[in-house]
Design a protein around this ligand. Structure first.
Ligand code: ADP
Ligand code: MG
Ligand code: ZN
Length: 471
């Protein structure tokens, strides 16, 4: 039988505010267990939550970046459940009136994955299992989150991972979250059901909780697809339930049957006034949004002539694109700088986190200075590369590695002398060239380049050599 998968994702993104959502405890990742806590975030009797305004602004920025409708007035609600990671036995979230509705993420093939809503909520603590003991660390409790709920528009594991990658890039670009899946600041629940190709009704879904890497998301989808297909083909039914994914075995297993919204006994939190954003504040937020990565990528390709793959790499990390823009400021050919960054810098910085935290020893201003020397013809490409290596090792500016002779360029009489010497010392290459072996000239150019220690211009040397041989 031919099955189609239908997927909707619920993605939790931790907001990178300095303090928690309802108290002034730090949101820093890690730390000794239970040291980032206070009576408010652990829900002690008599404590009262006060909503952090930066959380509202970050959540609204996220919504604007994802093309949502923003409600200038939304409501915080209590969602009740009993589990040790939640000391109050309810989580403060949003239900009937979330901050953001609608919106979409556009995939590279132009398909839009629509969003249902984005709401604000608090994170829960973490259970730590050690042998037969379970301990609880509340450091993460009360860290602000947004939950981004997609419509069931996703049809494959590839679309799911591209959607998540786009979300990550956009959230980082508007600086509301670092979205590090390995640290849990971005996690995702996969809702998946199967139906016959051509069928318009949705099937019954299962929900796989708390996936914390792109590979886990893809693996969980592949496993669930097989499991549900087998079940349906053998005449069984999918039950609506919550499942766990085990990254070691690549399998999912049943956790609990699915709660309904009713079970959570949602109601408006009486301790928190409605969340209001003034029209004026809203306009300011809207105008403060940076250029979105997709748009920036398109501009690099169309206006700067940068190859699409390179433009994608440069715009994937906002620190990299900021560096590129400063390094190419007032330069005639930004494309040269893009190529230089990719060939000379990206090749050295290989891990995702190094790229994300892009902070090379050569500052963008130093790079700008070096690139202007190259553009003005004062130094050639080889010398630029050599100087750049020295700059990277030392963190010192280009000027420290260039003598006055280097900067004076390579004068014609010096080039002429080196070319004549090369011709005199390599009679075999000269006769090869004269007998029609075009390539033999390259050996002579190589000799000139070596003698000049890379300062000569290879094209000029070739012309000069040909002229001398023709004399
Ligand atoms: P809940 O909040 O109880 O998990 P929702 O109705 O809010 O349930 O849906 C949560 C997610 O499940 C959404 O991302 C939605 O797109 C997705 N979803 C809903 N129905 C289906 C289905 N039949 N198959 C796959 N995904 C679904
Ligand atoms: Mg859910
Ligand atoms: Zn606290």
């Amino acid at each position: 039988m031919s099955w189609e998968m239908v997927i909707g994702l619920e993605t939790h993104v931790e907001l990178s505010t300095k303090t928690k959502i309802f108290c002034s405890c730090t949101t820093k990742f890690g730390g000794e267990p239970n040291t980032h806590c206070c009576p408010v975030c652990t829900g002690q009797p008599g404590s009262l939550p006060v909503l952090n305004q930066t959380v509202v602004e970050y959540a609204a920025k996220a919504g604007l970046a994802l093309n949502c409708e923003i409600s200038l007035k939304s409501i915080m609600a209590r969602k009740h459940y009993v589990y040790p990671d939640l000391s109050k036995a309810y989580q403060i979230s949003q239900f009937e009136k979330p901050l953001c509705e609608g919106g979409y993420v556009e995939l590279s093939n132009g398909k839009r994955i629509n969003l249902t809503r984005i709401h604000i909520e608090e994170d829960a603590g973490k259970l730590v299992h050690q042998g037969n003991t379970v301990m609880i660390d509340y450091n993460r409790g009360g860290v602000p989150l947004i939950e981004i709920v997609s419509e069931p528009d996703i049809r494959s594991a590839e679309e799911a991972t591209e959607y998540l990658e786009k979300l990550q890039i956009i959230m980082r670009a508007v600086r509301v979250s670092d979205c590090r899946m390995q640290e849990g600041s971005m996690r995702c629940d996969v809702n998946i059901s199967l139906r016959q190709k051509g069928e318009t009704q949705f099937g019954t879904r299962s929900e796989i909780k708390n996936l914390n890497s792109f590979t886990s998301v893809a693996a969980a989808i592949a496993y669930e697809f097989e499991r549900q297909a087998e079940l349906l083909e053998s005449g069984g039914r999918v039950v609506q339930e919550t499942r766990n994914f085990d990254a070691d075995t690549g399998m999912t297993s049943s956790m609990r049957s699915k709660e309904n919204a009713d079970d959570y006994r949602y109601f408006t939190d009486p301790d928190i006034v409605p969340v209001v954003i003034s029209q004026e504040r809203f306009e300011t937020l809207k105008n403060s949004l940076p250029e979105m990565p997709d748009k920036k990528c398109k501009r690099y390709v169309e206006e700067l002539g940068i190859a699409e793959a390179d433009a994608k790499l440069l715009t994937k990390y906002h620190k990299v694109s900021a560096y590129f823009e400063e390094a190419s400021k007032d330069c005639e050919n930004p494309k040269t700088i893009a190529t230089f960054m990719i060939t000379q810098m990206f090749s050295l910085i290989t891990t995702e986190s190094e790229r994300e935290n892009w902070s090379p020893t050569v500052t963008a201003a130093q790079m700008n200075e070096l690139m202007k020397l190259l553009e003005s013809g004062k130094i050639n490409r080889n010398l630029t590369k050599r100087v750049f290596t020295q700059m990277l090792e030392s963190g010192k500016p280009a000027g420290d590695f260039l003598s006055e002779k280097d900067l004076a360029g390579f004068d014609d009489s010096e080039l002429e002398a080196l070319c004549r010497a090369a011709v005199a010392e390599n009679p075999k290459s000269v006769s090869d060239y004269q007998s029609g072996k075009e390539k033999a000239i390259k050996a002579l150019v190589g000799a000139v380049m070596r003698q000049s220690k890379g300062r000569a211009n290879a094209l000029e040397a070739e012309e000069k050599l040909k002229a001398i041989i023709a004399e």
